[in-house]
Ligand binder design. Structure first.
Ligand SMILES: C[S@@+](CC[C@H](N)C(=O)[O-])C[C@H]1O[C@@H](n2cnc3c(N)ncnc32)[C@H](O)[C@@H]1O
Length: 268
């Protein structure tokens, strides 16, 4: 079983951090899907988490969900962690968490048994070593603590991937882990699986330009190794737009996101 994505199939972490840092100011303006997914994840939090005294928003981005968690758990102390310093600079003055710390989900800068709740929305798809993420979650969770995450799996941005494939065969879309790998990795972790599901969300765009602008504003445009260097030629972009048109629906050009939701619990 391929426990994790080969490291060369995800972008370098410094690039991920730099890309999200650059996107900090534009992110909230285009993050409608991210809001929907995060709210759905909040709805999946088990009742026991209302008693949490400490929570961690992992991959907090602009801190929207740190502020949501703070509003829902006013007596608890929150820590927000992100790998992108630019995101933390943006989030810190907006409050929500008591501490905003730069750190990596695969090597958390937190003590053992230091939180009752880890909330992580749409960040862990950037981690090549998901077993390390789960090990770290288990380490920092206190007994009985809960980790709730959303992530993306294969099938995400499939229309864009297929369209590029017909144009030049290069990797232009970030790679994602298979849903079955999430199932296996969570089942093999030392955490108990309370919930694991997948749900497709489809966004619609007037044209390809709107979609690619949005991905850039989110900081989530293609950072893959293997992406072609240099400028994207006009002819190639025209060919791409033509290929994408074959997917057009009455509402516009579809962009599918395959969202994974997981709720895991550490034994008491
Ligand atoms: C799509 S944003 C989601 C932000 C926020 N959770 C939300 O739902 O609005 C993904 C965030 O994950 C962060 N991230 C990516 N890889 C990470 C890692 N290994 N450790 C911690 N944060 C990471 C990025 O810097 C970015 O801010």
């Amino acid at each position: 079983m391929n426990a994790s994505l080969p490291s060369q199939s995800l972008p370098d972490k410094r690039q991920v951090a730099a890309s999200f840092s650059r996107a900090a100011a534009s992110y909230d303006g285009v993050a409608a899907l991210q809001r929907t997914v995060g709210m759905q994840l909040l709805d999946k939090l088990p009742e026991s988490t209302t008693q949490a005294q400490r929570w961690l928003d992992l991959g907090c981005g602009t801190g929207y969900f740190s502020r949501e968690l703070s509003a829902r758990l006013p007596a608890a102390r929150g820590v927000a962690v992100d790998i992108a310093e630019g995101m933390l600079r943006h989030a810190r003055p907006l409050g929500g968490a008591q501490d905003f710390i730069a750190g990596d989900a695969e090597a958390l800068p937190l003590r053992d048994n230091s939180t009752e709740l880890i909330f992580s929305s749409l960040a862990l798809q950037w981690c090549a070593d998901f077993p390390a993420v789960l090990d770290e979650a288990r380490r920092v969770l206190s007994p009985g603590g809960v980790m709730a995450f959303s992530s993306l799996c294969i099938g995400t941005l499939q229309e864009l991937r297929d369209s590029w494939q017909t144009v030049d065969g290069f990797v232009h879309v970030n790679r994602f882990r298979a849903f079955e790998d999430y199932l296996t990795l969570c089942a093999n972790s030392d955490l108990q699986v309370v919930h694991l599901s997948r749900r497709a969300e489809v966004l619609h765009f007037a044209d390809l330009r709107q979609l690619t602008h949005e991905l850039k504003a989110l900081g989530a445009h293609n950072l893959n190794p293997g992406r072609p260097g240099g400028l994207t030629g006009r002819a190639r972009l025209r060919a791409l737009a033509e290929a994408y048109e074959t997917f057009r629906q009455p509402k516009g050009l579809p962009a599918t996101y395959q969202v994974v939701y997981g709720v895991l619990r550490k034994d008491s």
